[in-house]
Design a protein around this ligand. Structure first.
Ligand code: NDP
Length: 248
């Protein structure tokens, strides 16, 4: 028996990094997994591999999470094909920023569109389905900078702070329906998004991690799997740090 046997799960930003590893872990635990990404065809190979390896359904969907109509169609497709949705992981996110005084309105809008508004929108769509079932688990991806902030990351930090706040608010509203809403707050995780800061900054940042290493996508995916599963049946409204004791 897997931790997620037969559960229907939807993971956004599933093409690489934390999202892809979460899809793999979910499939390994017996879930039926839908994943979305931007670039057409980018998940076909990996998802095909997971299907064969774990003998379950792993289904790619390609759309931009900021596209409200496409998000609605995706949730409707899941309902049509599986009749239910047990787990939503709002993982898709972008990290773009600039120092204060140089931040354009366009950049603020772009980051908030993906990291905040799309999360709110997809949460609403999924919650409607879950409310009828009177069960479900929603896992959001915040960040250590969502509570601590980081110099040069005012916009990204604000967006991830919003994710933490909406997690707590949605948990209060949805817990009477049997829906749990939690978040993970990763520190420095070894993915394309983090590596984009460059080798010099990576080494500087590493000195702030007491455990002395970067986190790997599986470190985060394991906590997401716990929050998605019935192992955390009485846990809601929590923001769980996955940062190896990092001081930003
Ligand atoms: P990656 O950049 O490695 O992967 C992000 C994924 O999200 C990609 O598959 C990307 O698609 C997808 N994506 C981005 N924008 C959209 C969109 N508009 N619609 C659909 N999919 C989209 O990031 P990580 O795995 O590192 O990050 C995952 C989450 O974790 C993010 O929310 C990030 O903010 C958060 N996080 C990451 C940390 C880290 O150190 N890595 C630390 C703290 C939080 P595509 O491949 O097509 O571009």
């Amino acid at each position: 028996m897997g931790l997620l046997d037969g559960k229907v799960c939807f993971v956004t930003g599933a093409g690489r990094g934390i999202g892809e590893e979460t899809v793999r872990r979910f499939a390994e635990e017996g879930a039926i997994v839908y994943g979305t990404d931007l670039i057409n065809g980018s998940m076909d190979e990996s998802f095909g591999k997971f299907c064969t390896q774990y003998k379950t359904e792993v289904i790619p969907m390609y759309f931009d999470v900021t596209d409200e109509t496409a998000s609605k169609s995706a949730i409707m497709q899941i309902k049509r094909e599986q009749g239910r949705l047990d787990v939503l992981v709002n993982n898709a996110g972008i990290m773009q920023d600039n120092v204060i005084g140089m931040i354009s309105y366009e950049l603020m809008k772009k980051v908030f569109d993906v990291n905040v508004f799309a999360v709110l929108q997809i949460t609403q769509l999924a919650a409607k389905l879950m409310m009828r079932q009177r069960s479900g688990s929603i896992v959001n991806i915040s960040s250590i900078v969502g509570s601590e902030g980081a110099a040069g990351q005012t916009v990204y930090s604000a967006s991830k702070g919003a994710v933490a706040a909406m997690t707590k608010a949605a948990s209060k509203e949805l817990s009477p329906y049997g829906i749990r809403v939690n978040a993970v707050a990763p520190g420095l995780i070894n993915t394309d998004l983090f590596r984009a800061i460059g080798e010099k900054k990576i080494q500087e940042n590493l000195s702030h991690v007491r455990m002395g290493r970067l986190g790997e996508p599986i470190d985060v995916a394991n906590v997401i799997t716990f929050l998605a599963s019935d192992m955390s049946a009485y846990v809601t409204g929590e923001i769980i740090g996955v940062d190896g004791e990092t001081h930003v």
